[in-house]
Design a protein around this ligand. Sequence first.
Ligand code: GLU
Length: 453
Amino acid sequence: MPETAPDTPPVLRFAPSPTGLLHVGNARTALYNALFARQWGGTFILRYDDTDTARSTEAFADAIAQDMGWLGLVPDRVEHQSRRLARYDAAVARLKELGRLYPAYETEDELEARRQSRRRRGLPPLYDRAALKLSAAERAALEVDGRRPHWRFRLDGRQVAWDDLVRGRQGVDTATLSDPVLVREDGSYLYTLTSVVDDIDMGVTHVVRGEDHVTNTGVQIEIIEALGGPVPRFGHHNLLVLPSGEGLSKRLGHLSLRALRAEGEEALAVASLAVLTGTSRAVEPVASLDALAARIDFGAISRAPARFDPAELSALTAATLHHLPYEAVAARLEGLGVGGFEAFWLAVRGNLAHLSEAADWWRVVEGPLTPVSAPEDADFLAQAAALLPEAWGEDVYPRWIAALKPASGRAGRGLFHPLRLALTGRESGPEMKALLPLIGRDKAAARLRGESA
Ligand code: GLU
């Protein structure tokens, strides 16, 4: 069993801020969490980190749920931080009681001036904890002046260590960090606090997120311990970067899940690329999210940035379609107006670059189409029509060819190409062996005679 095997059903969450559309990098995080929960019979929570009311919108929250649905990720539970303010109030009261939260009154300009002065003196630009030294009278005077406090968490300033699911033993020395602000001057809460409160309340057992959160984890473990909560297991995966080395950001609209979907990329291809890029495992087409879940191995995620090449996506979409079982696609085929049955799907899937092309092949099968033929093939095609077997069935094509070949004296391209053109109106496509039984005898005969059918 891998070292990551949980003892009890795990609880994981994906916690986007609804301030933009999900991109492939977000999908990577969502998939790691959702699929790990799925693999171990656990719970997957979608948690909207929406305490930033100025930038969070209902429309983005809906879009996130839809895009996750497109990927096939259905959360067991949905939570909104904006509806949990009473829980944060309680945690703040507790931290104040414990003496871990202290009021500070500096303005952003004052803080910036101090950071600069520390830099000039060769010191790291840390918060100097001046507010901790304020007397009650000084604080009262500031408040009379109209200043409202923000609240900082007093770090222990120690080595906080954990066994990271991805990175192994990790440590953050919180003595090298500024005491984080947990409550803004306007009373709103910062993610550093709300995330911890939620993870404790919701019984989150595994927090899997991007490596840009490693430092946060050091801080958050201190807060979790102060609040007496169990410390979950943390895993920090590498971040996706484009071949140019540029990171993905919400501004990169063309890599939003929405844009990729509109371009006809397959959700399973996006998922496979998002999960397997930047790991020691090969990126390959998968037939289902369960199959992808079985490939998740946090220990196989590399430490270097994950180079994500969007150009690989089209090839992976095609390869995914070529192996997709009928059940996985039946409903979507119906949505495309494709009458759809398994034999049709198996006949055409190997020729598709995008699923929408199945509709074109359905029209070829169903007709009517105008056959294409060269004048010099007219006699041959008439002969081919006359030799069409009466007994129709899956093996009709080889039986027909076996009769037509000696009768016409044709072979190779001279035999096959005119038949394909007449029957499908196209130069190339799925094997005629699979298409002909679906086209049916009457339509085939008509097309060979040059009639539209
Ligand atoms: N809202 C945070 C983010 O999107 C969540 C990080 C976390 O998983 O704790 O970065």
